[in-house]
Every structure is written in C-alpha cells, then in structure tokens.
Design a protein around this ligand. Structure first.
Ligand code: PGA
Length: 291
C-alpha cells in the first residue's frame, strides 16, 4: 500500500510504502499526533463576569495543560476581557467568543465585531452553533461571511455542524452534516482551513443528557475527516481537530475522546461546573498522553 503524506516540520512531501500492520498503525498514530486535542467550554448565556472569573480561575489553578493540547473558554462577550486576563500567561489556555457579526463595523445595535473580539486577546470564535442557526436564522451565506471576517482578523474558528433528530431518524445524517460543511468551511483554501476547528454537535444531544454513542461519534467524525480529505487533501484532513459536542460529561468523556477521529470536546453544561470541567481536561490529557 502506498500513501503520499506530508511531514509537518519541513513541509516536504514524501511517499511511503507501508507494508505491515505495525507500520500502518504507526503512521495512523503519527497522523493523529499531528492534531491538537482541544477541550472547549461553551458557557452560552450563563455566568456573570464575577462568577465567570471565579470559574475560569478555579480551572486554570487546578490543571496544567500538556503540550499538544489546548483548553478554551467561550464566555459571553461581556466577559472576554476579564477571562482573557485570567488565562493570560497560563500555557495552552485560550478564550473564544461565542459569536461575531459578519460586517466589519456599522449600525448593528447590540452586535460585536471580529475586530472587537480580536482586540480582547481572544484567539477563537464559535461559528455555526445550532442555537445560532435555529434561533437567529443564521444561513450558510451568513456563516461564510462570518468565517471570512473572523479569519481576516486573525481569529481561529470553531465551526459547528450537526443534524436534528428527524434527520438522523431518516438515516440522512451523514449527507446532512457533510452538506453543512461543503457549503461553508470546505470551500476555503487549505491555507485558510488551517485556522478551522470543526465541532460535530448532533442537535438531539445538546443539553438533553442524551449523548451520541462513541460509535455514532466516531462514524460521523470519520465521515467528516474523509470529506475534508477529498476536498482539501491529506494534510488538511490529518491536521484538523474535530471536536464532539452534546452532553459531554466526566462519565462519558473517556469513551468518546478515545475514538480515533475525536480530537476533544465542545462542552456546554459540564463546563459551567469547575469540578466537572477540570475532570474532563484531566481525562483528555491522560488520553492525549497515550496517543
Ligand atoms: P451541552 O452543550 O454540553 O450542554 O450539551 C454543548 C454545546 O451546545 O456546545
């Protein structure tokens, strides 16, 4: 069997003939190692600046994030500057906004721009969360404009996708999710795509306590990576972190995070409890050490 792949350090292409199972296994693990393992907490419309500062403070004091991993807090926009101060100087901690407006600036009362977010020191922004798509009618055209705006301001994007229950029940979830991506981030060129993290969040699992099974998560993550590979090539596919989201908690995280194509989690409810979030980071760090 012959693979063409890229060595990330010197960026040169090599062709490797893989003969044995062990060699294939090695190549697989090596590719997996190229990806950053990310645990991100989406606080949604919860906490105040005061309680948020306490929550983030408790987490950064309790854990050391190992190399190759990243922990991201996505607090409400009002807290970004304060939470950014909490993570400043703490290795491998970062902040994300939960949303930006697609315009550069203008008369959009109540909205926040990519430039404003970047200026707080936040490094990421969530785009395409199902709650934004559903309650704020964000279409693919809007999402594409937001992604472009975020990238223009040097932000990285955690781009969410995921199917509703009715689609899964009809067995159309793979094509549904891949379509969400081909209409948006898979249109980017490979260079821009480097700044994208994908979060697969089945809508029926968000805030419901009902998680996708580890197999359901793995199957979808594999399909997503495969779609990235077809559109943007091996390098993009092997490098992109694909997070799972939807009722992740300490009791189910290990089984999900262990899956070969799962590179971490986007966590809602459990990220609001310092003890649970710390536990999730520890589970991820432990698994990352072994991969
Ligand atoms: P949940 O939310 O963990 O509370 O299900 C996840 C999300 O919406 O990002």
């Amino acid at each position: 069997m012959s693979y063409v792949y890229f060595i990330p350090k010197n960026r040169s292409a090599q062709t490797v003939t893989v003969r044995s199972y062990r060699e294939r296994q090695f190549l697989y693990l090596w590719r997996k190692k190229m990806r950053k393992f990310i645990v991100a907490g989406n606080w949604k419309m919860h906490t105040t600046v005061t309680s948020g500062r306490r929550l983030a403070g408790a987490v950064v004091e309790a854990v050391k994030v190992p190399k190759g991993m990243q922990v991201i807090f996505a607090p409400p926009a009002t807290h970004l500057t304060a939470i950014q101060k909490v993570v400043k100087g703490k290795k491998r901690f970062a902040c994300a906004a939960q949303n930006i407006h697609q315009a550069e600036s203008g008369a959009y009362t109540g909205e926040i721009s990519a430039a404003m977010v970047a200026d707080t020191g936040a490094s990421h922004v969530l785009i395409g969360h199902s709650e934004r798509r559903q309650y704020f009618k964000e279409t693919n055209a809007i999402l594409n404009a937001k992604v472009q705006r975020a990238l223009d301001h040097g932000l990285k994007v955690i781009f969410c996708c995921g199917e509703p229950l009715s689609v899964r029940e009809k067995g159309r979830h793979f094509s549904y999710v891949i379509r969400q991506l081909t209409a948006t981030v898979l249109k980017l060129d490979p260079k821009a795509f480097k700044r994208i993290v994908i979060a697969y969040e089945p809508i029926w699992a968000i805030g419901t306590g009902q998680t996708a099974s580890p197999e359901q998560a793995q199957d979808m993550h594999y399909a997503i990576r495969d779609a990235v590979r077809r559109r943007l090539g091996d390098k993009a596919a092997d490098r992109v972190s694909i997070l799972y989201g939807g009722s992740v908690k300490p009791a189910n995280a290990e089984e999900i995070f262990k899956q070969p194509d799962v590179d971490g989690g986007l966590v809602g409810g459990a990220s609001l409890r310092a003890g649970d979030f710390i536990e999730l980071i520890r589970i991820a760090a432990d698994l990352d050490k072994r991969r």
